[in-house]
Every structure is written in C-alpha cells, then in structure tokens.
Design a protein around this ligand. Structure first.
Ligand SMILES: NC(=O)C1=CN([C@@H]2O[C@H](COP(=O)(O)OP(=O)(O)OC[C@H]3O[C@@H](n4cnc5c(N)ncnc54)[C@H](OP(=O)(O)O)[C@@H]3O)[C@@H](O)[C@H]2O)C=CC1
Ligand SMILES: Nc1nc(=O)c2c([nH]1)NC[C@@H]1CN(c3ccc(C(=O)N[C@@H](CCC(=O)O)C(=O)O)cc3)C=[N+]21
Length: 279
C-alpha cells in the first residue's frame, strides 16, 4: 500500500511552533507582518498569495499584498522594493515569481534587504544554502520538501534523488539541501536527453517542472518516494506535475496535490517571517 505523505500534518506541526512565537512577539507589542509583492496575475502566484494571507489572518499575523500591473517597468518596481526595505511595518516579504519578461530578476534580487528576504532570493542568503550552511533563510518550497521528508522519516543519506526542474525557487536550492543530507542528486530539465530513464533511477523523485501531470507511470520505478511540487490548474482544478492515479500504484509514498507540498510552503514562509521578526 502506498503511504500518503500529507502536507497537512506537517503544516499542523509547524503551526504549533509559529503560534507560540507569534504570541510571544505580540506580548512585546510586535505584530509580525508579511509583505507579498505580486506582479501580474499568474494563477499559481495568486493562489499562493491568497493562501498566505488567509494563514496570516488565522494565526494573528499581518499581511499586506502589494499588487502591480504586469506592465510595470524596472525602475518603478525597484522603487517599490526599496520602499519595502524601509517600511518598518513589514518584517519580511516575498516577491512572487515568475516576474514579467521586461523585469531583470537578478537586479531585483540584489536590492532586497537580506534581513527581510524570507524566501531567500538575495545572493547573500542563497549563497549560504549553496555552501551547505543552514543557519539562514531557505527558499520556502525547498525547505517544505525537506520538512516533509524529515517528518515522515524518509531516509535520504545515500539515496538517489532525482529532481525535475532547475529553478532558483525549487530545483537548484533543493538539490543543495538534499546533497547536504548526503543524497546523490541528479537535476533534470528540458534539455535532459532521456527524462524517463533518469527518473526511473530515483529512490526519491521530485517533480518541480510546472507541467500538469507530466510524470507518468513509465517514468517511475516501483517503490519510489514521489514528491510532487507542481501547482497547476486544469479545468479549474488544482493538479500537480504527477499523474497521481497512475503513479500512486507504483510509488511507496507520494504527496498529494492539493494537500501536499503547497500547504507546507505557506507555513514555512510564516515560520521564516516569525524567525526574522524575533531577530
Ligand atoms: N507546492 C509549492 O509550494 C510550490 C509549487 N510551485 C510549482 O512548482 C512548479 C515549478 O515552479 P518553478 O520552479 O518556479 O518553475 P519554473 O518554470 O521556473 O521552472 C521549471 C523547471 O522545470 C523544467 N522543465 C519544464 N518542463 C520540463 C520538461 N518537460 N521536462 C523536464 N524539465 C522541465 C524547466 O527546465 P529549463 O530550465 O530547461 O527550462 C525548469 O528548470 C510550478 O508548477 C509552480 O507552481 C512552485 C513553488 C512552490
Ligand atoms: N518567489 C516565489 N516563491 C514561491 O514559492 C512561489 C512563487 N514565487 N511563485 C508561485 C509559486 C506557486 N506557489 C504556491 C504555493 C502554495 C500554494 C497553495 O495553494 N497553498 C495552499 C495549499 C495547497 C495544497 O493544498 O496543496 C495553502 O497553503 O493553503 C500555491 C502555490 C509558490 N510559488
């Protein structure tokens, strides 16, 4: 029987710690407040922003969404980011990706105040992750995957981990975090020659390509632990990057969508908000 790796149980555990921390901060007169920079209206970014705002409200934290049109230019966006750095009412913020093509993402990442960088986009913070130093922020999604693996005590050391996707939000930082735990890591992308062959070698397969239900049964070996990071919308329904009905028959364990990685990501974001607030 396949083990369902519910993200909800992991989120629940994180929530307990966060609630305690928020109460302490409030007793000192601080209401931890999250900023979300949303440019345009990508469906998955909207879903994340709305979920994060709801979680903040439930837990007693503040949340401000700063929404900008998809056509905003570099200078105007940079000005807004610099304002957020100065804004004492915002303790940490996240800039939703992807940004529109006219925006230079690298220049944006460089001007975020590292102390407010709770999704770990600045060169300073991400360098720590790549150096195997986990004393700073982590990209929330990558950390969410690690929280799930640890919560369910999935062995990582010596295992072959195959990640589909090499973005700075998920694939690349996650590869470093798995490496730190002594996995043997393979990163796949659109130029990978035989994706099914690579994926079939995995003990732990992580799908983060952003392509609805692209991981099918011919890409999964029996007994694989499958972590589905994808958040896609198909006929108004949220689906992952994994064709769940097929793959759950082969996997030893699998995260569902919804109810998997996404719910943990939002909690990790709040956890890192509270952590930076405490400092
Ligand atoms: N559950 C959660 O909490 C979160 C979910 N997400 C979701 O995860 C998905 C990925 O997000 P993100 O990393 O930001 O996306 P990006 O679009 O930035 O990156 C996608 C990556 O997947 C690779 N890829 C795309 N198609 C294929 C394919 N057919 N075969 C092999 N590789 C492929 C791309 O390769 P190449 O580099 O060659 O183009 C790229 O490296 C999205 O669905 C997003 O919504 C994201 C963050 C959090
Ligand atoms: N800089 C940046 N970092 C990101 O991590 C990032 C991003 N940009 N851009 C968009 C994608 C997508 N993403 C989602 C996370 C949670 C839900 C989500 O819906 N979460 C629900 C639960 C969903 C479920 O049940 O699986 C919740 O927390 O309640 C959706 C989407 C983050 N992303």
């Amino acid at each position: 029987m396949v083990q369902i790796l519910s993200g909800k149980a992991v989120a629940q555990k994180l929530k307990q710690d966060i609630t305690v921390e928020i109460d302490i901060l409030k007793s000192k007169g601080v209401i931890p407040t999250l900023g979300i920079v949303l440019v345009g209206d990508e469906e998955d970014s909207l879903s994340y922003a709305n979920s994060a705002k709801k979680r903040c409200e439930t837990l007693g934290a503040g949340c401000n969404i700063f929404k900008f049109p998809a056509g905003i230019n570099q200078d105007d966006l940079e000005k807004k980011i610099l304002e957020l750095n100065e804004n004492r009412d915002i303790h940490g913020y996240i800039i939703m990706k992807p940004l529109p093509s006219q925006i230079n993402e690298k220049r944006i990442a460089e001007i975020i105040d590292p102390a407010k960088d709770i999704d770990c986009m600045t060169p300073k913070n991400i360098a720590k992750v790549f150096a195997g130093d986990n004393t700073g922020f982590s990209p929330c999604t990558a950390r969410a995957v690690m929280e799930i693996l640890n919560f369910y005590q999935i062995p990582i050391e010596g295992k072959r981990a195959v990640i589909i996707g090499r973005s700075m939000v998920v694939g690349r930082p996650l590869s470093m975090m798995l490496l730190k735990q002594n996995a043997t890591v393979t990163i796949c992308h659109t130029r990978t020659r035989d994706l099914a062959k690579e994926a079939k070698r995995a003990d732990i397969l992580i799908a983060a390509a952003g392509k609805a239900e692209m991981v099918t049964k011919d890409m999964v070996s029996p007994g694989t632990v499958v972590i589905d990071v994808g958040i896609n919308f198909k006929d108004g329904r949220m689906v992952g990057d994994v064709l769940y009905e097929e793959v759950e028959k082969l996997a030893s364990a699998i995260t569902p969508v919804p109810g998997g990685v996404g719910s943990v990501t939002t909690m990790v974001l709040l956890k890192q908000l509270v952590e930076t607030c405490r400092k």
